[in-house]
Design a protein around this ligand. Structure first.
Ligand code: NAD
Length: 342
């Protein structure tokens, strides 16, 4: 059993903790939180050990009469590997503790790429994680871009990719960030950080990205134009390739009625997914168009969920013996990722 600690317990940490608990080859040592709240109550009800980030936090747990198993440092000591799911740039401060205690760690996409020796997306570079002490699972937008661009590159040879990303302004529980009544250039300068971030995983073709924030909380929407070397590319070849790509789900605006991201999230509810989570990249099948050697399509990403399978595979890639195919299969089965064909 691989003993896994989850440091930071909110959007990503809660989901990673549940996913770790669902793996037969992993044991959840516990989760670390800054303060006691309803999320800590639920973690305790699930049987998770809850640790405090610091002494102040531990005192708050005591004041609220809530069980606290120690400090995050104690949790890290008990583990083989830590998934750090603290807010952007807190992970880099925690790295010193992981190093001092000789522990492996996985960081998230909000950290700078140089925090770890490898930026990770399972289907692109699983094998490279073996032997790394520190790995960074890239952000939600970078993960979905890497999945589809890697697939298109394998079949058609990507020359250049361009993407416009309409980003959700805040996660559903981030009430302090909203509401906004604006479309915010994020940033106005080009490229946004997403294209260069894709190049930390797939360095061999340019990816130019532009981003803006829109007043929604569920899902980002990508508009892609991908130039490929294979001039014989056509719509059906692209559909065929993406249909076979792991962790990708097709939706259709016509026959299936997916007119918006609202329909996609509603569909996740109908599937009975925990928290409506969609781990798959969601591509509008009827948007796929190849004109000359350029491929156009729309893709949505559930920002809260897409990196969860990647974190689980990163743990195995660093600590386990499984091949990429075996690990992805185990992860997908445990999370119910069956990408129902519509
Ligand atoms: P979050 O702010 O929702 O959760 C982080 C939690 O960690 C908070 O509860 C915070 O109180 C806690 N925390 C702060 N300092 C801590 C410490 N020292 N020890 C323990 N806990 C601490 O953040 P998130 O959205 O889950 O993001 C985590 C990471 O994942 C970031 O790098 C982010 O960029 C990345 N990410 C986020 C999303 C998303 O859509 N939210 C998607 C992909 C990747």
């Amino acid at each position: 059993m691989i003993r896994v600690a989850v440091n930071g317990y909110n959007v990503i940490g809660r989901r990673v903790a549940d996913a770790v608990s669902a793996q037969k080859d992993m044991e959840l040592v516990g989760v670390a939180k800054t303060r006691p709240d309803y999320k800590a109550v639920i973690a305790l009800k699930k049987g998770y050990k809850v640790f405090a980030a610091d002494e102040k936090g531990r005192r708050s747990f005591q004041e609220f009469g809530m069980a606290c198993s120690g400090l995050s440092r104690d949790m890290v000591e008990l583990s083989d590997i830590v998934v750090d799911a603290t807010p952007d740039e807190v992970g880099v401060a925690n790295k010193a503790m992981y190093s001092e205690l000789g522990k492996n760690a996985i960081f998230q996409g909000g950290e700078e790429p140089d925090i770890a020796g490898l930026s990770f997306v399972a289907q692109c570079n699983y094998e490279k994680a073996r032997g790394h002490k520190f790995v960074r699972v890239v952000s939600c937008n970078t993960t979905t871009l890497c999945r589809v661009l890697n697939a298109l590159d394998q079949s058609f040879g990507v020359e250049k990719a361009r993407v416009v990303i309409a980003r959700r302004a805040a996660d559903p529980d981030e009430f302090k960030k909203g509401p906004i009544d604006a479309v915010v250039l994020d940033p106005a300068t080009i490229p946004s950080h997403h294209g260069p971030d894709v190049n930390t995983v797939l360095p061999h073709f340019p990816v130019i990205s532009m981003a803006l924030k829109i007043p929604t909380t569920h899902m980002h929407l990508h508009s892609l134009i991908v130039t490929v070397k294979d001039k014989s590319v056509n719509d059906s070849k692209v559909i065929d390739k993406l249909r076979k790509t792991p962790r990708l789900m097709f939706v259709d605006s016509g026959k299936d009625g997916f007119k918006s991201t609202a329909n996609v999230i509603d569909y996740a509810r109908e599937l009975g997914r925990p928290r409506n989570d969609l781990y798959e990249s969601v591509v509008w099948k009827d948007s796929i168009k190849a004109i000359d050697n350029e491929i156009y399509f729309f893709m949505a990403v559930d920002q809260e969920a897409i990196v969860i399978p990647e974190n689980i595979d990163a743990i195995r890639a660093m600590m386990g013996k499984e091949s990429r195919e075996q690990s992805m299969k185990m992860t997908d089965k445990s999370l119910g990722i069956t990408a129902p064909a519509l």
